[in-house]
Design a protein around this ligand. Structure first.
Ligand code: HEC
Length: 112
């Protein structure tokens, strides 16, 4: 390969490598856990708490013990907890949301 063509080619290759992953991601845009949380849960569980039933905080809940349990809970939520059918059926978003919820920590002094 001579230098005249080699450099532009290398530049083009670099451009592709740097750019393709972004466009691929854009095409199959899935909500991240944080986005899903903001969209569906934060109105009542901001910061991992519970504005409606303060003695049922999301952070540290035993319903987060496993993804199966989490899904079961969201499939038939008790009390004033809404049911999000499309979320429960969207495995990728549900898993992302689950992981995000696990990162939420109870504020010190909050009821268990
Ligand atoms: C309209 C308010 C509201 C929204 C929105 C909401 N929740 Fe809840 N959530 C509640 C209430 C109220 C409870 C307590 C239910 C009960 O046991 O009476 C609860 C309880 C929970 C619990 C169990 C806590 C415990 O007692 O251990 C989990 C887990 C949970 N919510 C997750 C979520 C997730 C994930 C989302 C978003 C997909 C969400 N909630 C959206 C109101 C809400």
């Amino acid at each position: 390969m001579n230098v005249k063509f080699g450099l532009p080619l290398a530049a083009a290759a670099l451009f592709l490598v740097a750019f393709l992953p972004c466009t691929a991601k854009g095409a199959a845009k899935k909500a991240t856990g944080a986005e899903a949380f903001k969209m569906y849960c934060a109105s009542c569980h901001a910061g991992g708490g519970n504005k409606v039933a303060p003695n049922h905080p999301l952070a540290g809940s035993s319903q987060l013990d496993s993804i199966v349990r989490f899904k079961d809970y969201l499939s038939s939520p008790p009390g004033h907890m809404p049911y999000y059918e499309s979320l429960v059926k969207d495995k990728a978003t549900l898993e992302a949301l689950y992981k995000y919820c696990k990162t939420l920590k109870k504020a010190p002094g909050e009821p268990a």
